[in-house]
Structures are given as structure tokens and as C-alpha cells.
Design a protein around this ligand. Structure first.
Ligand code: IPM
Ligand code: MN
Length: 331
């Protein structure tokens, strides 16, 4: 069966890494029926289109979306981020952002852990505004939206994931000592859902302490669940401690499958190295592996991940590394 996939290669190195991901999927023997969407900063400059409701409606009929990177210095901050990436997350209800990491100590075995980031609420909901903008008495507010429904569905997903893994350990990361309203809602929701998962060992860390632990002892983690902004920051740190952002993959998931999920490398469009065939394609390839998992192609996904692990210690151009992974997957 062929899966129907919308492909948004996007800007900068996105256009270079996505062909490598598609090459590897084909090598793994999975057949995709792809539709390309020309979106991103470059498109916005041409005709002002960021993302229309019509395109989103078209996507609802697809099995998944694969995205390279969007954004660039030619567009003011926020236009593409909010208009494209966040619109996808909100309109398609991609309420879980799953970001896996493999941490390999200098003298030991690789250890994998995964961050589950709430993806549709918090400060990203866009609540706030200006008063007396541009005057000396200007006020800017930026609220954080936390609904019981939104927190609970994300936390439940994290418990289900933790329960399915050997270590069965889930850490809640927040800032309950200062964000006493949102933090309280998160903690109470976490505790209530925990009662449904007696097999899962639970922990709590404040986000600032978690930053220390991410660097000093990432091997203590199995699954982490956290709010949208904390998850944004922590997953960049997670990338750095586990082989670099060139390996960091992600899935923006709609676990209820009421629409397609979207898979993307965590790195951005990196305009400084774009067009030079030197971007690391592994993050995009690993994101494609997550997509394969989600499409029920777990066997192919495992083979792709094993090939990426082997290639991750090599150096080479974007296409060379993509070819190397493809060759290993085929073999
Ligand atoms: C990410 C990115 C996005 C985010 C930006 C580009 C809107 O940093 O996916 O982590 O903040 O979520
Ligand atoms: Mn980020």
C-alpha cells in the first residue's frame, strides 16, 4: 500500500535534506505517493502566500506531512513561524511534539530518551497584545494558555509512551515554584493521569534544574513531558548533548489521527550553509523514520535508524551521507 505524503521541502537546507530522506525511504522499500507543496520564505517573497486554509484542507486527506525547514532572513520574524509552522500545528491539532534523543557517553552504550512537548498551548497560543504601542507607556502582554483538556491529552500520551518502554519512567518538567497557576494545573493533571499508570515511575524537575541534568546526567531520563516553551528550549539542549542538532528529529503528532501528522528535523533552514551540499541530512532522515513508524512501517523505520547510527560517525556531503544511509538500508 502506498502512503499519501505531502512534502514541504521549504527553505535553505530543507530543500537539500528532504530529497535524501525520500531517497532513503525508497531504498527501504516503502512506497510513497508524494505531493509537493512550494511553501516557505521564498514563496512568501514571490506572491505573499504563507499557508492558506485551502491548502490545510487538502492536507487533511493525507497520511502524513514531511517538512524540511521554513524561514529565512528575507522575511520578518514571526511571519513564517506563526503563519506556517504554528498554523499547521494548530489547524491540524498536532498536539504532541515528540523529540527523541540518543545520548552516547564517551565510554559507554547509547542511551535513548524522548521529550514530549505540548504543541498547541502555552505561550505559543498567541494570547496577548499591545497597549499604547510605540509610546513611552507601551505595554506588551504575552499570556500562557493551559487547558485541562490540552494538558491532559498530552500527559496521557506521555504516560502511554513511557508505559510501552522498558524503563517505564516519566519526568514532568515545569516551573511550579514560580508559575503557580499553570504549574499547578500541570502537576495536578500529571498526578491524576499517573493513577491510571501504576507501572510508570514518575518524577518532577523544575526546568532550570532539568537544564543542568540534561548536560550533567541525561542518562537518568526515559520520557519527559513538558509545556510548549520549556519543550522548545529543552529540546535544543537535548540536541546538543546527543550528537548535535544535525541529528535531532521530531514528529508533530495528532495521536487521535483526525488528520495527518507532520515530521521535521529540528534544525532550521540554516541559510549560512544552504546550497553548499554540506548540511547533515540525518535529522531529516531520522524524522522520516519517525514518519514510517507512525505509518505502521516499523520494520523499515528500524532499518533506517540502524543505518543512520552507523553513518552518524562519518563525514561527507549531504548527498554522500544520504547515499550511504540508502546503501545500508538496501543491503
Ligand atoms: C521548533 C522551532 C519553532 C518553535 C519555531 C521555528 C516557531 O524552534 O520547532 O522548535 O519554536 O516551536
Ligand atoms: Mn525550537
Amino acid at each position: 500500500m502506498s502512503h499519501r505524503i505531502g512534502v514541504i521541502a521549504g527553505d535553505g537546507i530543507g530543500a537539500e535534506v528532504i530529497p535524501e530522506a525520500l531517497k532513503v525511504i525508497a531504498a527501504a522499500g516503502v512506497s510513497l505517493d508524494t505531493v509537493d507543496y512550494d511553501l516557505g520564505a521564498h514563496r512568501y517573497v514571490v506572491d505573499g502566500v504563507v499557508l492558506t486554509d485551502e491548502i490545510v484542507d487538502e492536507w487533511r486527506g493525507l497520511d502524513a506531512l514531511l517538512l524540511g525547514a521554513v524561514g529565512g532572513p528575507e522575511v520578518p520574524p514571526g511571519v513564517i513561524e506563526r503563519g506556517l509552522l504554528l498554523k499547521m500545528r494548530f489547524d491540524l491539532d498536532l498536539y504532541v511534539n515528540q523529540r527523541p534523543f540518543v545520548y552516547t557517553p564517551a565510554d559507554g552504550e547509547g542511551h535513548d530518551f524522548v521529550v514530549i512537548r505540548e504543541n498547541t498551548e502555552g505561550t505559543y497560543a498567541g494570547e496577548g497584545g499591545f497597549l499604547r504601542k510605540g509610546t513611552p507607556h507601551e505595554i506588551a502582554t504575552q499570556g500562557s494558555v493551559n487547558t485541562r483538556f490540552g494538558v491532559e491529552r498530552c500527559v496521557r500520551y506521555a504516560f502511554e509512551l513511557a508505559s510501552s518502554r522498558p524503563a517505564k519512567h516519566l519526568t514532568l518538567v515545569h516551573k511550579t515554584n514560580v508559575l503557580t497557576f499553570a504549574g499547578d494545573l500541570w502537576q495536578r493533571t500529571f498526578d491524576a493521569v499517573a493513577a491510571e499508570f501504576p507501572d510508570v515511575r514518575t518524577d518532577y524537575q523544575h526546568v532550570d534544574a532539568a537544564c543542568i541534568h540534561f548536560v550533567a546526567n541525561p542518562a537518568q531520563y526515559d520520557v519527559i513531558v513538558t509545556d510548549n516553551l520549556f519543550g522548545d528550549i529543552l529540546t535544543d539542549l537535548g540536541g546538543v548533548v546527543s550528537g548535535g542538532i544535525g541529528l535531532a528529529s521530531s514528529g508533530n503528532l495528532n495521536p487521535d489521527r483526525t488528520g495527518p501528522s507532520m515530521f521535521e528535523p529540528v534544525h532550521g533552514s540554516a541559510p549560512d550553509i544552504a546550497g553548499q551540499n554540506k548540511a547533515n541530512p540525518l535529522a531529516a532522515i531520522l524524522s522520516a523514520a519517525m514518519m514510517l513508524d507512525f505509518l505502521g512501517e516499523g520494520d523499515a523505520a528500524d532499518r533506517v535508524r540502524a543505518a543512520c547510527a552507523e553513518v552518524s560517525s562519518r563525514t561527507g556531503s549531504t548527498t554522500e551521507l544520504g547515499d550511504a544511509v540508502a546503501a545500508l538500508v538496501t543491503a
